[in-house]
Write a new protein. Structure first.
Length: 571
């Protein structure tokens, strides 16, 4: 089109110059007129950027998925087929992607612990060349494929169906109390041919605590399983391990998950709720998760019916009163006068959580005044938090106010959190439906954890953990960065001596905590059990097999992908 416009402009210019006195002049000098038209057309074509020749799409290159999922259930034939398909795709260069993007060696192997397609997409976009992606179809995040240049395509090499059961997740409190019943939540996943009925067992440092059975599973189905097990009377770091088994299981590498836990003979906190609800449930999860406090919890379900969290065993009210009285940190939710005057029921640092029926208005958290909690609560997204219930009773009072709320868009404010510093630390929370923050997720859930974590941390005065740093994530897998949480020490730099069990090698990690953050990250580690020695004590870090070994349904199929113009197709 650009050349057609240029030729038209050139012809018009030559006609104006040679034909102004009549067409006879053009007929008398056709060659100069034609040369003038051609010259003008060339000038206009250059100015318009007309191409010198038709666009040519460059040859594609090939990216082969080298993650461990390519050989799931021992399917080496599928990997050989994928390698042959990649070499026959017609590209001039073969790359491997997974943990990273790199040129394929002469004898490539599938052993990467991740499937990260982003580097391949970025390289294709930078070079403007289409790419052929050869994979098994189980890409965790296929969204970036839409940014590939035109002419790109995905080739999915199916693998042979196999019956398989895997442990996809394990959730348990990190801090446990010896003698209590612990609730361990498991997520099991079936392979592409489903799974037969089987059983799950839970171990603590190799000693079997209990188990549960499960029915057969359809292909790619996931099912949650709860196992309640009693803890042995021991103390210190330990490995809590779960194992699943089923007849005909084709992949043994994904049958086990483990986490490091800290077992204590005495609870670090006692949580009592006379009206169990979502607020009590989520606050207890923060107490056990964010602070790693070994916690014993009791629920009052009906008159004379007290239950202990975990196995929900019936306990006598006298036992609950004694545990609350002797607790290092005491939290009372619901009827704060259940044991008489609450400040006389225990001598420990005390949190009183008073549920509210609301006064018919919506109260929105508006800010954190100057208080011992202000440093942690500063910068929270108050404008994006859901409303809570407050009133109609009196506001909590104390030496300081930790959180205030505003009624709708009015200027009227109300205190939700208040506390006293002496003679002991007491915090009063007079609000309900704070669980909505956690339920919404994202930044709102982070605000919920920050609020309750700062309250419990203030009460515990960091007595829960004297170690300088501990692993933060409950479940760590090979290929994932290791997240560390700063403990009692206020230093921004912490040294960790890491020793893998079964090896004489000791590595030294230097953790650097950015200002205002309690978390630091280090690189991925190979699967295994590691003893981490830090100032103030030791911790146990368990690195599990890669998530690539857990069966996943395909997320892409063989098709053309991408829509961005290839570089050779541009003028």
């Amino acid at each position: 089109m650009l050349w057609l416009i240029a030729i038209a402009v050139g012809a018009a210019g030559a006609a104006l110059q040679y034909g102004w006195s009549g067409p006879r002049r053009i007929l008398a000098a056709p060659v100069p007129a034609a040369l003038r038209a051609a010259a003008l057309a060339l000038v206009v074509g250059l100015l318009a950027g007309a191409p010198a020749r038709p666009g040519r799409v460059p040859a594609p290159w090939v990216a082969l998925d080298a993650s461990q999922s390519m050989t799931l259930a021992g399917d080496t034939a599928g990997w050989r087929a994928a390698l042959a398909s990649a070499r026959a795709a017609g590209g001039d260069t073969l790359f491997l992607f997974g943990d990273s993007l790199r040129p394929a060696p002469a004898a490539p192997r599938a052993g990467d612990t991740q499937t990260d397609i982003t580097p391949a997409v970025e390289r294709a976009a930078a070079t403007g060349r289409p790419v052929v992606i050869v994979t098994d179809g189980a890409l965790p995040a296929p969204g970036p494929l839409r940014g590939l240049p035109a002419g790109s395509r995905v080739v999915v090499v199916p693998r042979a169906p196999a019956r398989d059961v895997a442990l996809a997740a394990l959730d348990a409190p990190r801090a446990l109390v010896a003698g209590d019943t612990v609730e361990v939540r498991l997520t099991i996943a079936a392979g592409d041919a489903g799974s037969a009925a089987g059983a799950a067992a839970v171990f603590l440092d190799g000693r079997r605590l209990g188990g549960a059975s499960f029915d057969s599973l359809a292909p790619y189905v996931r099912r949650d399983l709860t196992v309640r097990v009693p803890l042995a009377a021991r103390e210190g770091p330990a490995a809590l391990e779960a194992v699943v088994s089923a007849p005909g299981d084709a992949e043994p590498r994904n049958d086990t998950l483990a986490v490091g836990v800290d077992v204590s003979r005495q609870p670090g906190a006692v949580f009592v709720s006379t009206s169990p609800d979502y607020d009590a449930r989520y606050a207890l999860a923060v107490l056990r998760g964010a602070l790693d406090l070994p916690t014993r919890a009791f629920y009052h379900l009906s008159p004379g019916n007290w239950r202990q969290d975990g196995g929900y065993a019936r306990v006598a009210e006298s036992e609950v009163r004694a545990a609350f009285r002797d607790a290092p940190v005491a939290i009372l939710h619901g009827d704060t006068a259940a044991f008489g005057p609450p400040r006389q029921a225990t001598r420990a640092p005390l949190a009183l959580i008073v549920p509210s029926a609301g006064d018919g208005n919506e109260w929105y958290a508006a800010g954190a005044p100057v208080s011992p909690l202000a440093g942690a609560l500063e910068g929270l997204p108050w404008d994006s938090l859901p409303p809570v219930l407050a009133g109609p009773g009196p506001e909590p009072t104390g030496e300081w106010r930790g959180l205030v709320a505003r009624r709708g868009r009015e200027a009227l404010t109300r205190t939700l959190v208040a506390g006293d510093e002496s003679p002991r630390r007491v915090v009063i929370v007079a609000a309900s439906d704070l669980w909505r923050w956690e339920f919404r997720g994202g930044a709102s859930a982070d605000a919920y954890t920050t609020l309750w974590g700062s309250i419990f941390d203030y009460l515990a005065a960091r007595r829960a953990d004297r170690r300088a740093a501990v692993p933060d994530a409950r479940l760590v897998r090979a290929g994932d960065p290791v997240v560390w949480r700063r403990g009692a020490a206020a230093d921004s730099a912490v040294t960790v001596r890491l020793a893998r069990r079964g090896s004489a090698r000791v590595d030294t990690l230097h953790l650097h905590f950015p200002e205002g953050s309690a978390l630091a990250r280090t690189g991925p580690l190979a699967a295994g059990v590691y003893d981490a020695a830090v100032r103030g004590g030791s911790a146990l870090l368990v690195v599990n097999a890669s998530d690539e070994l857990v069966p996943r349904a395909p997320t892409v199929r063989s098709e053309a992908v991408g829509g961005a113009p290839a570089r050779g197709a541009a003028p």
